[in-house]
Design a protein around this ligand. Sequence first.
Ligand SMILES: NC(=O)c1ccc[n+]([C@@H]2O[C@H](COP(=O)([O-])OP(=O)(O)OC[C@H]3O[C@@H](n4cnc5c(N)ncnc54)[C@H](OP(=O)(O)O)[C@@H]3O)[C@@H](O)[C@H]2O)c1
Length: 268
Amino acid sequence: MHIEQRVGIIGGNGWLGGAIAQAALAAGLIKPAQLTLSGRSNKPLAPALAGVEVTQYNQHLVEQAEVIVLSVRPDQFAEVNIDARGKLVISVMAGVPAEYIAARTGASEVVRAIPNAAAALGQSFTPWYATAPVTAQNKALVQALFAVCGEAAEVPEEGFIDYCVGMTGSGAAFPALLAQAMETHAIAQGLPADFARRAALGVVVAASQLLAAPGSDPAAVVQEMIDYKGTTAAALNSMLAQNFSQAVAAGLDAAGAKASAMSRQVTG
Ligand SMILES: NC(=O)c1ccc[n+]([C@@H]2O[C@H](COP(=O)([O-])OP(=O)(O)OC[C@H]3O[C@@H](n4cnc5c(N)ncnc54)[C@H](OP(=O)(O)O)[C@@H]3O)[C@@H](O)[C@H]2O)c1
């Protein structure tokens, strides 16, 4: 797929904005000549972004593009003063409500999306929410933009986006926590540190690819292992008895509370 519109990414010199730009270019969704990136500084861009326009003037970017991606940090949004009336505005900022973005930018078509760090690898699961004025054509564009970053899914309520900030938006953090716990335990049992790390990543990164099959059901995999009644069942039953699920739920609740607090802070 190829899109005709020009795209501007405010904060496109940053981590996530740059990753989205690179994914869109690599997939051929847009050409370098269709893309403008902005930032306040002159920090160097990735070589893959050669040929795109770079500016320090956000309003110039807005005038160049029909589609504006807001990829500054939430607390930096206060300094982004743009008139984006008539444009599609897509925010990847955590915790900034669509209504506030519309009020600050003048755009009526506002989308909120939460990619994660794996966008750089084309492996981000990206939920997105479109406000009522967003046209079907622009929804298709949003889906295409985030599909090239991995997998994209529209959600029907903005609240799902705030929830996903702490879940899918956390990217590799939760698998990393599991790997760290396994690595630490293995080292405590006397295994060499480099071996313990490779073994933990082998489980969390490599073996988890078994879950990548279409239609994969994590609960079914867990139950199958419990029913097998082997060593894995002993581990799973012990972890479950130690409130593993409740610990995860409490973590996701804490992330949601933090997202709400950030939202209150940004909107005043
Ligand atoms: N990283 C993730 O995994 C992730 C996941 C989900 C959501 N997000 C969201 O994505 C957004 C960007 O995060 P990030 O990790 O990419 O942060 P980042 O690397 O710090 O990128 C933000 C960029 O915005 C630029 N910037 C700041 N103020 C600006 C302004 N007034 N005009 C133009 N550019 C400006 C900064 O560059 P200068 O200093 O040069 O201006 C910086 O390069 C955040 O809102 C975050 O909530 C990130």
